[in-house]
Structure formats: structure tokens, C-alpha cells
Design a protein. Structure first.
Length: 111
């Protein structure tokens, strides 16, 4: 459902238009997590209304604002991600490997 909200916002669509676009477009079906292309509507447009009712207007608006903010912000900065090695780290690792190879009498050329 989060994918449908993103599509709805990015394409400026109504609830019905969002469902129709997802139904017609294999790429959007993939984006929302459907297992394969299907000709039927993936869900009723009233699902948006039901979710808004269950969450309450304030919570849904906060959720929608958070999704929109994240989309507009773009991908996260790779410098801030802990799982990405920085170039300086790669240089240090290469120097350490070369030092270890040299201390064991191995040639470090041709890596």
C-alpha cells in the first residue's frame, strides 16, 4: 500500500486513477509488489478510504507527509551509510595487504 501512496503522490492521481494506472502498467505492478502481471485491479480504490479511516486523518496525513518527504529527499548519502566502505578505508586496506605481502616475501605487484 505504501507503493500505491507513492505512485498516487508522484503522478498526482485520484484514488481511482491510481488503481487504474497500477492495473494498466506492469512496472507499477512490480513496484507495489505484485508477483506478476495481472489484468484485474490490484485492489479497490476504496481501500485508500478505508486506510485513511482506520489510521485517522491526522496519522494518515503524517504518514503521507513522511513518505513524500523521503521521496523528495532522494537516496541517502553514501558517506553516511555504515555498510559502504569509504575510499580512504579501501586505500588503508590495500596498504595493509601490501605491507603483509612484503613482510612475508610475497610480491604485491599485479593486484
Amino acid at each position: 500500500m505504501i507503493g500505491a501512496v507513492i505512485i498516487k503522490h508522484k503522478l498526482c492521481l485520484s484514488d481511482r486513477e491510481t488503481v487504474a494506472q497500477i492495473q494498466e502498467t506492469p512496472y507499477l505492478q512490480y513496484f507495489v509488489g505484485l508477483p506478476g502481471y495481472q489484468m484485474e485491479p490490484p485492489f479497490a480504490p476504496s481501500l485508500f478510504v478505508e486506510i485513511r479511516k482506520r489510521m485517522g486523518a491526522t496519522l494518515f496525513d503524517d504518514f503521507h507527509a513522511a513518505v513524500v518527504e523521503r521521496i523528495e529527499k532522494g537516496p541517502s548519502d553514501p558517506k553516511k551509510r555504515k555498510d559502504k566502505a569509504r575510499p580512504a578505508d579501501n586505500d588503508k586496506a590495500a596498504e595493509k595487504a601490501a605491507s603483509n605481502a612484503a613482510s612475508h616475501g610475497e610480491r604485491s605487484e599485479g593486484w
